[in-house]
Design a protein around this ligand. Structure first.
Ligand code: CP
Length: 304
């Protein structure tokens, strides 16, 4: 039985296979309508979500399965003090697969160790978000035609942004990737990601605070939100939240085929006036998230 807790739980070949299945689902959705008939997905969301929860639910429904679960800790027995381990054992009696989001780093791992069904990490604190990474990889593959040979800039909250940590980890296994890390000093990429992923894999990277200077060099710009919920101090959040706002003026020197990504939700980081620019890919990412999660559910449930 397989689960997905970190993106490295999947080999490069398995990611390629998931992308291939997702592309086939996009091309031939009718083939997949009954694949998960009588199967149930439990969506256990202890933290707010729009895209991840609803795309998991839509994915299972489009595969012919059913969904159950909760969208906030307060409506589960976690509010009465039940542990993640007991929740996982309980839900294993009712469902075939779990997607779990939790504010505590490592909670989905604890669930996996106690569940008798596959567990998918749908985001754990400031740590990891592997299914967003699969979404991002499918988007890059569809937009750029390859997961090798490009320069990507990550901009914003690189300290708490779990999607950034997971995607950098995933990209470290591909060829000829150059990375710009664009953030305020206070929100720099954690040293464990820098040392254990970038340095260890000899990935070329440049750290800067200057978005405008980096933009002309980029094939992909990955904007992120400053993660208010992870700050200890509201003053720091208010000081940093609008540090980077992508506007049409800032794109004047950008490449014609730049791919602008954002895991969303956005607050102020990308001006809505960019939404109709052909380089804006963030709502394509949203849609791709459903298809790659369909492919992942099929794989973990071992559906042919
Ligand atoms: N990208 C993402 O995780 O969005 P949600 O928080 O809305 O699920």
């Amino acid at each position: 039985m397989r689960s997905l807790i970190n993106i490295t739980d999947l080999s490069v070949e398995e990611i390629e296979e998931l992308i291939s299945v997702a592309n086939d689902i996009i091309a031939n959705p009718e083939k997949y309508r009954e694949k998960c008939r009588y199967k149930k997905l439990a969506a256990l969301f202890f933290e707010p979500s729009t895209r991840t929860r609803l795309s998991f639910e839509a994915a299972m429904l489009e595969l012919g399965g059913s969904v159950l679960g909760f969208s906030e800790a307060q409506s589960s027995s976690a509010a009465k003090g039940e542990s993640v381990a007991d929740t996982a054992k309980t839900v294993s009696c009712y469902a075939d697969i779990i997607a779990m989001r939790h504010p505590k780093e490592g909670a989905p791992m604890v669930a996996m160790m106690n569940a008798s069904i596959p567990v998918i990490n749908a985001g754990d604190g400031g740590h990891n978000h592997p299914t967003q990474t699969l979404t991002d990889l499918l988007t890059i593959s569809r937009e750029k035609g390859s997961l090798n040979n490009f320069t990507i800039g990550f901009c914003g909250d690189l300290k708490f942004g779990r999607t950034v940590h997971s995607l950098i980890t995933a990209l470290s296994r591909y060829e000829n990737i150059k990375i710009y890390l664009i953030s305020p000093e206070e929100l720099k990429l954690p040293s464990y990601v820098k040392n254990d992923v970038l340095k260890k894999n000899n990935i070329e990277y440049i750290q800067t605070t200057n978005l405008e200077e980096a933009i002309p060099n980029l094939d992909i710009l990955y904007m992120t939100r400053v993660q208010r919920e992870r700050f200890f101090n509201e003053e720091d959040y208010l000081r940093l939240k609008d540090r980077y706002i992508l506007t049409p003026e800032k794109l004047i020197g950008a490449k014609e085929d730049l791919c602008i990504m954002h895991p969303l939700p956005r607050v102020n980081e990308i001006s809505p006036s960019i939404d109709n620019d052909k380089r804006a890919c963030y709502f394509k990412q949203v849609l791709n998230g459903k298809f790659i999660r369909m492919a992942l559910i099929l794989k973990l449930l071992e559906v042919e």
